[in-house]
Ligand binder design. Sequence first.
Ligand SMILES: *Cc1c(COP(=O)(O)O)cnc(C)c1O
Length: 382
Amino acid sequence: MSKQRLFTPGPTPVPEETLLELAKPVTYHRTAEQKAVFAEVVADLQYVYQTKNSVVVLTSSGTGGMEAAVSNTLAPGNKAILLTAGRWGERWKGILKAFGVETVLVEAAYGKAIPPADLEAALAKHPDTVAVFGTLSETSTGVGHDVATFGKIVAKTPALLVIDGISGLGAMECRTDDWNIDICVSGSQKALMMPPGLAYVAVSDKAWKRIEGNTASRSFYFDLKRYKAKIPENDTPFTPANTLIKAQRISLKRIRAEGIENLWARHALMANAARAAVKAMNLENFAERPNNALTVITVPAAIDGTAFLGKLEKQYGYKLANGQDNMKGKIWRLSHMGYLDPFDILGALSAIELVLVEMGHPFEAGAGVAAAQRVLAEGVRK
Ligand SMILES: *Cc1c(COP(=O)(O)O)cnc(C)c1O
């Protein structure tokens, strides 16, 4: 049986020292020790977010953080602009609909990114917009958005910029304060080297003002005001997932030790190597404006994309992700997030080549791995 290797864009592999922390006995949560851990985790998250804003810790998957962002800032009938270019933009759409928000759609096709000019035009047309929703790393297509420019545009208006950074944060450059992101949501199981279970929400002063004035908000468990009230005590309003928070502390230590710029550079190196390999394997990169959290490969017409992934997993232990919904069988998604390094990527590329050979794809075996290796060598040479 082959060794199991996880390359899905969430969940992602967890470092050994974090797994050991997770094996420890469960402790009571209202203690001075737990509060110290909580304070450390929040401070390290602020570092990852590059923010001085408060970071709220929720016991939920990333979508819970997204729901909190919608339900706290908007009232039914309020207007929002949604920038959507994939399945995770559609997740925002579903949540906005559930909360009765009037949503103006700014769309791009799968594989494409929203041009900032489209946002500018939509805001000019809808000056009563309360919030703009977007996605940093659109994990369903591998596209990265120009959130820095979105931020410049939105900051000139009374609207809030709310970003789903669930797979982007910790994998690609994200400067919450410099880029004027009012609410940035992330989750533990993507680049933050943890199992699923925690969502993080960074909230700016501009957003807190809106949240505090929004008396029509309908939320109890995700009422962010309750979390804000507990921040000075380094505590949470409800029982926190304290074992996960203690484990997140360990993974964040690893991230801090690496340094955020080095961490972005490591993801860029893996992504550049993988993209070069894709071309050398006579395949195509799906994303027009790719981000460094994952590489998305277009399945060639002659290959059964789902059968390919089955072989890769069964024969070589490499678990990649299929396309979601109508993209199933059309793309393969190779994660670079979190606890992965360039040598993990070389191994994945090697296994991909073997299945391509087996399925009769026309290319020169070894060319993909060689192209990736050349990218790595370039980094050493300079
Ligand atoms: C994974 C992911 C989500 C969904 O998060 P859950 O933790 O499954 O709720 C949302 N947005 C993006 C961009 C993601 O990658």
